[in-house]
Design a protein around this ligand. Sequence first.
Ligand code: URA
Length: 428
Amino acid sequence: MRAVDIIAKKRDNILLSDEELKGFLESYLSGETTDYQMSAFLMAVYLNGLSEHELKTLTQTMRDSGELIELNGVERFLIDKHSTGGVGDKTSIALAPLLSVFGIGTAKMSGKGLGHTGGTLDKFEAIPGFKFPSTEEDMVKTIEHTGIGIMGQTENIVPLDKKLYALRDVTATVSSYPLIASSIMSKKLAVRSDGIILDVKVGDGAFMKNLADAQKLANIMRGIGEMFGRKVHIVLSGMEQPLGDGIGNGLEVYEAIESLKGNGPKDFERLITTITGIALLQKGDVNSIEEGVKLAEEKLQTGEAVKALRDFVEDCGGDPSFIENPEKFLTAKYTLEVKAEQDGYIASLMAEKVGNSAMLLGAGRETKEDEIDHAVGIVLKKKVGDKVTKGDTLAVMHYNKKNQKLEDAIALISSAYGYSDTLVSTPE
Ligand code: URA
């Protein structure tokens, strides 16, 4: 069938057969179908959605468009944890070593940050010399040695998603549930794992701004996993305010290491112990998530997991002394305290503004080509629910350049805080 006929069918809400949809997608990957035809098709999907069967065909065709990471020979139970992205989200850096001490391996791909949200790849690159494994063979080696298998995204895995995502980005078709869900799940299905845990962020700093939207996306993703026989657990976690206290690449690795010694912020520790509890349940080592969470909490107090992170970093060419002495990450030339402008309780702390403020300091990129500064960022001293007196320190800016962007970053942080005269509860 001609591309134009496929577009017309989707426009008119007529179901596409497997062959029609698969053939159309494959002809786009090969370059026969043009960007403008695919743009029209994506907009029709955005407006009319996809049937369950079409969703499966789209996901499967994307997954099969490139290499599959099969991790043959790896005997560990393998978890792929995916977060939909947020501010201060350093979960993978602490979670993978924590899972490792329970004999659970991590197998996942990670990317760079764009816009106000950070990426795991940039955070690890705050460690001098560090480079993620780029082949399956190297990933198998790090999993077998350390339990941690995190790979950078390559051109060869799910190339159709890469091509479609770039087009969606410029045709106002990113925020479509079936397109987001199939895009994320095709990448999960391309990597072998025994359990998938999806951390769907909800709130100001997240893609999904409210609980109903996040739940809808989560259900579609879980449904796709089930269609392919995968175990999928969902965690809906708050992103009204940033996760943890540190925002910025080196500062986040620092916080992840401190958390592995039981010295981390409570909200972050709660997230990593919850996900570990789910992983232990998926593996069959515990009878309930609560039982697994308790084991994870105890493990954090021992500091044992730091070794797995150290060994992974060393295997990836990074300087392990940064993990042994995490204060080595605190290298920004200057720090500046942002003070409370009034008395009261912190009622809100808008995550997106905090992320944008860190970006202005140089912690993130505005365009894909921008260089990032791994040392800069923000450490939050007050979060929602805290009582403050005028003049108290709200946040500390770590920066290297005194310029207009610094002034803008400070103004943005001050405006991210909202106050209340009455007691505000700490978010769960
Ligand atoms: N992340 C993805 O991988 N794909 C999307 O479509 C949105 C977020």
